[in-house]
Ligand binder design. Structure first.
Ligand SMILES: NC(=O)c1ccc[n+]([C@@H]2O[C@H](COP(=O)([O-])OP(=O)(O)OC[C@H]3O[C@@H](n4cnc5c(N)ncnc54)[C@H](O)[C@@H]3O)[C@@H](O)[C@H]2O)c1
Length: 453
């Protein structure tokens, strides 16, 4: 029989209280979860709004809406992702700017060069290849499809003159002083390295002599070693202040051996003598071009030569200065005509000296007037004291070039001057532009420069 004792009633009471406590705990737990789930959903929907307003990419975010994710960790993660995306965007913008600048500096599109097969392609060395004439010659040889090495010590030449070829598979620019030997494997050598304008060659007469003597020996020695043909860039200055007019190649010249121009004039005369000594004694194939005054783009500004002087003075409305009475004559050829002549001479069988110049003769005064009229402006023409040893007449006889090279100048003085004036006027604008740049806040250190990149 079931008798309810006081002890049993106490046990039943404890059991009921226990059940109530357990049930109470369960209720509380379920409520908390509901509240958390509600808050979680609220946060997710606000994040989705931010997300969709920033970005249209929704794939990653569907994965994020997962009820099992710890909400705090999720909160931190999404902030990190937003931050990271912002930083990536900033970096992408910077990278795009840098790429833009780099593509401006490295010309990706080289001028189109002809393809020559192994048999016809030559390896050609141009000494003084970064100079005025040298760089135009490099252009011609490159366009014809040859492999060209330009060697230069940048005394008067500039990298800018050949920068459009830098990086091309057929081109190499070598920083080298030809007074030191140069060991290369080449088929032809155009030996142009030498300062060419009076202020440049008079600046260091000993070096001018070394370049034209020791430098020429080095080039002739290289030609002998590798069996290359060598063309020497001589000059009309070997005729000095001529007593014969016009000057033909048979004329021996009238040079002052100790005057201010002697380092150049005599240097070139020795270069010619060396060439024929190597030809007769060592069997080296030589070509000698006696180059007359040449002008064109890339000639030096402020080098004291007639054409550059007059053009610059006229463009800046300064007085056009003539040394002496202006009745001394010159004949000027345009640079592309000279390049034609040099290339024809190199490929010809003719080994005696050849004049390459334009026989159309003008007085210096006529040049001054011509340039003043082409430029326009208000420059006056003024006469200054005559210069020592300045040749009075200079005009080539080009019968040999016509006969053996089938060469004669094609570009008229007028057309050549127009192109050159245009070049100088652009150069002047660049100079003014860079002077303006110099007024900006200077860089303090290399970090500033890196920042600007
Ligand atoms: N331009 C003319 O009117 C003219 C007339 C007659 C002869 N030439 C001859 O044509 C050649 C080219 O003349 P340019 O007008 O182009 O002169 P340029 O001064 O522009 O070129 C000469 C080049 O030779 C380089 N050079 C000088 N000494 C050197 C050395 N020791 N080692 C390596 N490189 C050196 C210079 O840096 C320069 O790039 C010269 O030999 C010059 O005597 C020119």
């Amino acid at each position: 029989m079931f008798i309810i004792t006081y002890k049993k009633m106490k046990q039943i009471g404890f059991f009921i209280v226990f059940i109530l406590i357990v049930f109470g705990f369960y209720e509380t737990f379920v409520n908390i979860n509901n509240i958390q789930l509600f808050q979680f959903n609220k946060k997710v929907s606000s994040y989705e709004r931010i997300k969709y307003s920033n970005d249209n990419d929704d794939n990653d975010d569907k994965l994020l809406i997962n009820k099992d994710i710890n909400t705090e960790a999720y909160d931190t993660d999404k902030i990190d992702i937003i931050d990271a995306k912002k930083r990536i965007k900033l970096l992408e913008d910077k990278l795009r700017k840098i790429e833009g600048k780099i593509s401006l500096r490295i010309p990706k599109n080289y001028p189109t060069v002809k393809f020559l097969n192994y048999k016809n392609r030559k390896r050609i060395l141009v000494t003084g290849g970064a100079g005025f004439v040298g760089s135009h010659l490099v252009d011609r040889l490159m366009l014809e499809g040859h492999e060209v090495i330009a060697a230069d010590n940048f005394l008067t030449g500039r990298k800018r003159n050949v920068e459009h070829w830098v990086g091309h598979e057929n081109f190499e620019l070598v920083h080298h002083d030809i007074v030191r030997p140069l060991y290369l494997e080449v088929d032809e050598i155009y030996h142009l390295a030498s300062p060419a304008s009076p202020p440049h060659y008079m600046l260091n007469p000993v070096k001018t002599l070394k370049t034209n003597t020791i430098g020429t020996i080095n080039m002739l020695g290289l030609a002998k070693r590798v069996g290359a043909r060598v063309l020497i860039a001589s000059t009309s200055e070997v005729y000095g202040d001529p007593t014969e007019h016009p000057q033909s190649e048979t004329y021996w010249g009238h040079v002052n051996p100790i005057g201010p121009r002697a380092c150049y004039d005599e240097g070139k005369r020795v270069a010619e003598t060396l060439s024929y000594a190597y030809m007769h004694q060592e069997g080296v194939e030589v070509r000698v071009a006696r180059i007359f005054n040449t002008f064109g783009p890339r000639m030096h500004m402020n080098d004291g030569r007639v054409v550059s002087n007059f053009i610059l003075q006229a463009l800046q409305n300064d007085s056009i200065t003539i040394y002496g009475n202006g009745n001394q004559t010159r004949s000027f050829q345009y640079v592309s005509d000279l390049v034609d002549g040099l290339v024809s001479l190199m490929s010809s069988n003719y080994s005696q000296p050849i004049n390459i110049g334009n026989p159309v003769e003008h007085t210096i005064k006529e040049f001054a007037i011509m340039i003043k009229n082409l430029v326009g402006g208000v420059s006056k023409i003024v006469e200054l004291a005559a210069v020592e040893d300045d040749p009075q007449r200079r005009k080539p006889n080009i019968d040999r070039a016509k006969k053996y090279l089938n060469w004669q100048p094609k570009v008229s003085l007028n057309n050549g001057l127009k192109i050159t004036i245009n070049y100088f006027s652009k150069e002047l604008k660049k100079t003014k532009h860079s002077q303006k740049d110099a007024l900006r806040v200077p860089y303090i250190n290399d970090h500033d420069i890196v920042e600007q990149l």
